[in-house]
Design a protein around this ligand. Structure first.
Ligand code: SF4
Length: 378
């Protein structure tokens, strides 16, 4: 073998040895990488397991807290609500059974055909709700519709819609009307007097203002004797900011004197006598008979009732005064509705059919009301 050939072989051997070394290096690196990846994989797996255990434990805690909250609600809040609901159900059942028994009694009396018995039923027990009054004054003979009698178009649908709109009883009259102004613990005679005074203060005054003034008067002492002996300026301050208070102070003092001298400090029992008191007109008289004596003598028509009846055409032709509206309304409205029509329409007038800018867009009567601004726009 020549020397050159030997050198070539040696060179090739060195080069292949280098390649082998490199390969081994790479192999070792790759093994290291594999080790590292495997270790990372196990790290991640361990972490995941730890997290899973933590999540399970957190979920368990949340479940337990939720269960304990539900138990709290069940044991604390619901009994109240249930009691309130139970009370309402009991009350409603008792009213229903009272109504049923009254209706049965009245039907029996009507079957006998004796008017005197009707009077007996009317005076026997004092009804407490409008419904019971209605049941008692409802006479099937009156409900026979006279075909020649004028009735406004759609009036029953309108009334039903107004009832629906008023069902939440959120108007000022519901919580602060004159029927809510007397001291609930007062003697019935004093309570009647306070209702009359509230009515006298209420004309051209908001329910909120009248109610607040009555609270002050009741705390001060609202009996005919105390009011009659109170100086005018003190009374004026007590009822401030009631409208026309100077005039009203004169009226309530004069009326108190009459009540002491002629009615043994009680209020008159008839509409006629009530209307003889200074500052008391038919509207006040009818409402007073209803609130104080639980009797329906007629419809109390104030500015709300007057305005709404004209807007929804519950009068044959436009009326100019509340008194004209009352007479027109009493001509056609069935008697069993007289009891609550004032309260329904006053609240409706306070919340929806406002004196200025009635809220026709949210009124259920907007499609049938002759004064609806929505319908007129169509
Ligand atoms: S539609 Fe308008 S005007 Fe007619 S009753 Fe309703 S709120 Fe009043």
């Amino acid at each position: 073998m020549s020397k050159k050939l030997i050198l070539d072989v040696l060179k090739k051997t060195r080069s292949s040895s280098k390649i082998i070394n490199k390969q081994e290096e790479l192999k070792s690196e790759s093994e290291n990488d594999n080790d590292s990846i495997t270790s990372k994989y196990f790290d991640i797996k361990r972490k995941r397991k730890r997290n899973s255990v933590k999540i399970q434990s957190d979920t368990k805690t949340i479940d337990e807290e939720t269960k304990s909250k539900i138990n709290e609600i069940n044991t604390e809040s619901n009994p109240h609500e249930h009691n309130a609901v139970d009370d309402k159900i009991k009350k409603r059942k008792s009213i229903q059974s009272e109504n049923e028994s009254n209706t049965e009694t009245i039907n029996n009396v009507i079957n006998k055909g004796t008017n005197s018995s009707i009077n007996e039923v009317n005076t026997e027990s004092k009804p407490e709700t409008c419904e019971t009054i209605n049941n008692k004054i409802k006479n099937p003979i009156e409900t026979v519709v006279n075909p020649n009698k004028w009735m406004p178009q759609n009036w029953e649908v309108m009334l039903e819609n107004i009832r629906k709109m008023r069902s939440n009883e959120t108007a000022p009259v519901d919580s602060m009307g004159c029927h809510k102004c007397s001291d609930p613990n007062a003697d019935p005679r004093i309570s009647r007097y306070q209702s009359l005074i509230a009515l006298m203060l209420s004309s051209q005054t908001k329910d909120q203002v009248t109610h607040a003034a009555m609270q002050r008067l009741n705390t001060y002492g609202c009996t005919p004797e105390i009011i009659m002996n109170t100086p005018d300026d003190v009374l004026e301050q007590l009822i401030y900011p009631v409208g026309f208070r100077k005039k009203k102070v004169q009226y309530i003092k004069k009326a108190s004197k009459i009540l002491i001298e002629e009615y043994k400090s009680d209020i008159p029992r008839t509409l006629e006598d009530l209307c003889k008191l200074p500052g008391v007109g038919p509207k006040m008289g009818h409402i007073c008979m209803r609130i104080a004596w639980n009797e329906v003598s007629g419809i109390g028509v104030d500015t709300h009732v007057h305005r709404i009846c004209n807007r929804i055409s519950w009068v044959r032709k436009r009326t100019k005064t509340p008194e004209e509206t009352r007479m027109d309304l009493e001509e056609w409205l069935p008697k069993h509705l007289w009891c609550d029509v004032n309260h329904l329409l006053v609240g409706f007038g306070q919340e929806i059919c406002l004196p200025r800018f009635p809220k026709c867009e949210s009124c259920l009567n907007k499609d049938i009301c002759p004064s609806s601004t929505i319908k007129n726009k169509k």
